[in-house]
Design a protein around this ligand. Structure first.
Ligand code: IVH
Length: 362
């Protein structure tokens, strides 16, 4: 997202601003917002902060002050705009652009070998390339960006319709309020992912409940999914939720053509030229480059099912070392053209399978 040169410039700019925060003027408001967004990205997406919390807070307060003095300069994607001011009255029902399917499950090597055999039958190939990533144990969400702005966040619901939870989604700081899709000629895009509460945030949250004499939440998954439909966005903010985005379900190119039509013909958008939307791994890179926390580093691309079997068992062994809960791995045919060839049932895509880890001992 931020190339080396830009990172250096933003660090230099941060230093200059910090020398005398009160001197930052309304003329510099866009630069100040860029600086704050950059540090949010370092902290929440890259997990590699460059700024002390205190310094971030000081810069944020200066932005709030400038926006208060100059209300006309407030933008919908300003870092100040995450903070919800009012309670959510109700969550309206909204339709997903593409239905949110589930995944078929596998539990052992034989199941995976069976999945690979069917994949080879359906594609006519001898060896298939797979992209493997964690199966995040949280609550699934669907985001729509229109003209670079986060336009809507929704729960999965019944897969066809979910609930509009945009105000709550904005509390999750790893989800950008705007993202640079227009340079790719993509005016509308729908992105899927999972909301999580990290193990440490969960422990801290339960400590807080205990201090108030309240019963603890059962597990991080319930904590995350229960948070999404809360009336008070501020309370959602306090829960320190995180998000991984792992799937582009739809995009329209500059001519406004929906993805379903595009699949039938060679795509002509820049995305295609850059080979970003030809493979699942490419889509994870695209999301990462646009500022999203995709499993870009956690994913692995392998050839053939033997390597898949080895990788999922290696990953299961280090499951407890992760800062968040996963309940398995997801194995996806990497090539989108092959995915299209394999198609889907009404329940799940035929090109992907969840490999579920063994249930934990209580
Ligand atoms: S792919 C068509 N990838 O698992 C694409 N799902 O049990 C289908 N999940 O509903 C989803 N991590 O909420 C995918 N890396 C991942 C995932 C993942 C968690 C969830 C997702 C899905 C459920 C199915």
């Amino acid at each position: 997202m931020y190339p080396e040169k830009q990172t250096k410039d933003l660090q230099q700019q941060t230093k200059t601003f910090l020398q005398d925060i009160a001197l930052i003027s309304a003329r510099e408001i866009n630069v100040l917002r860029d600086v704050l967004r950059f540090h949010e990205h370092r902290y929440y997406v890259m997990n590699d902060p460059l700024l002390a919390d205190y310094e971030y807070d000081q810069l944020f307060k200066q932005l709030e002050k400038l926006e208060k003095e100059n209300p006309a300069l407030v933008t919908p994607d300003s870092p100040t705009q995450r903070v919800g001011s009012s309670l959510n009255q109700n969550f309206t029902t909204v339709q997903h652009l593409v239905p949110m399917l589930s995944l078929d499950n596998s539990y052992n090597a034989e199941d995976l070998i069976d999945f690979d055999r069917k994949a080879k039958e359906l594609t006519g190939l001898d060896v298939i390339e797979y992209c493997i990533e964690p199966k995040f144990d949280g609550a699934s969400i669907s985001l729509i960006y229109e003209n670079d702005m986060l336009a809507r966040g929704a729960t999965r619901g019944d897969g066809v319709e979910g609930e509009d939870i945009t105000t709550n989604i904005k509390q999750i700081r790893s989800i950008p309020l705007s993202a640079p899709f227009s340079p790719l000629d993509v005016p509308q895009i729908e992105i899927r992912g999972e909301i999580l509460m990290s193990k440490s945030a969960f422990a801290k949250y339960n400590e807080g409940l205990a201090e108030q004499g309240l019963p603890p939440l059962a597990n991080p998954r319930n904590a995350a999914s229960g948070s999404l439909r809360m009336k008070d966005p501020k309370e959602v903010g306090r829960r320190n939720l995180e998000a991984f985005l792992y799937h582009v379900s739809y995009y329209s190119d500059d001519k406004g053509k929906p993805a379903a039509e595009r699949i039938e013909e060679p795509h002509d958008a820049d995305l295609q030229d850059e080979k970003l939307l030809q493979t699942h791994a490419g889509s994870l890179k695209l999301l990462w480059d646009c500022g999203f926390r995709s499993p870009q580093k956690e994913k692995k691309v392998v050839k053939g099912i033997d390597e898949v079997i080895k990788h999922v068992s290696d990953f299961e062994a280090m499951r407890d070392d992760l800062p968040y809960e996963i309940d398995g791995m997801v194995v996806k045919v990497n090539d989108f053209a092959l995915q299209d060839q394999m198609g889907m049932t009404t329940h799940h895509p035929r090109w992907a399978i969840a490999y579920k880890f063994k249930a934990r001992q209580a």
